[in-house]
Design a protein around this ligand. Structure first.
Ligand code: SAH
Length: 245
């Protein structure tokens, strides 16, 4: 039997937000590869080998998946949310570029519900008009690039979603992001801190830019910043569909 690789998004946390396509791939898999907490979300069963690995070894993990598939194994690489959003799908293609002997590998990318969309749905519709997503981690890019993209998004009046907003290793980056927002946006701009969406630890907090504090975010939080038209209606936050000429 010939092997394959599926790069699958497990969604933000809740079982109900795992797509049937991803569940089917996991049911057929012989091997599951991924970051420890994501592999822990896959139920063990006979015939399934779990290969949990640490953070920041994405390329090794992708190379392992390519090797296993070449041996005829049915491999699912798991990511949280969507595998194409700051996750394993790009890492697999980087590994494929570096390993031409695997050029014929049978690869599928199975989408998942990414954190910003799950969070936006809980809040209302803060991403209801043009928006962008920015990864605030400077592991793989200089902070100067983050600043440049952030300023461009402010100038374009995009709503924004920030992934990996603040870690213990770099607590000062998010404080700087708030300073840049304050310099370019009105103090009443709405910001939603959405933590552990769709898990038992879920917490949503919408504040104005003036009220926002760096400690409101951690690595389990996705931060949604409205555009200049984003407003509240009842308990909801939404961005109107149009912009007046
Ligand atoms: N591929 C994932 C993102 C991986 S980066 C996706 O599409 O969602 C990890 C970051 O995603 C976290 O630091 C956090 O910003 C966000 N995130 C992931 N799951 C989340 C959840 N359940 N609630 C809020 N943010 C989440």
């Amino acid at each position: 039997m010939s092997g394959w690789i599926a790069v699958a998004g497990l969604g933000p946390g809740a079982e109900a937000l795992v797509t049937p396509e991803v569940s089917a791939a996991l049911a057929e898999a012989s091997d599951v590869v991924g970051y420890i907490p994501y592999v822990a979300r896959v139920a063990p069963r006979a015939g399934l080998t779990l290969h949990p690995s640490d953070n920041r070894v994405e390329l090794d993990r992708a190379a392992l998946a390519l090797t296993l598939a070449a041996e005829g194994r049915r491999v699912v690489i798991v990511s949280s949310g969507d595998p194409g959003v700051f996750a394993m799908a790009s890492a697999l293609f980087e590994a494929l570029e570096a390993a031409p002997e695997h050029a014929g590998a049978d690869i599928r990318i199975l989408p998942g519900i990414t954190a910003m969309l799950a969070a936006a749905a809980r809040a209302g519709a803060p991403l209801g008009h043009d928006f962008c997503a920015i990864n605030l981690s400077d592991n793989l890019k200089p902070f100067a690039v983050i600043e440049r993209r952030l300023r461009a998004a402010i100038a374009g009046d995009f709503a924004m979603a920030f992934y990996n907003p603040r870690s213990k290793a770099r607590p000062e980056g998010f404080a700087r992001v708030l300073e840049i927002l304050r310099a370019g946006c009105e103090p009443g701009r709405l910001i939603t801190f959405a933590r552990a969406v769709s898990t038992p630890d879920e917490a949503l907090n919408t504040v104005t830019l003036a009220e926002a504090r760096p400690e409101m975010a951690d690595m389990r939080t996705v931060v949604l910043v409205g555009n200049s038209g984003t407003r509240r209606v009842g308990r909801w936050v939404y961005t109107p569909r149009g912009v007046k000429p």
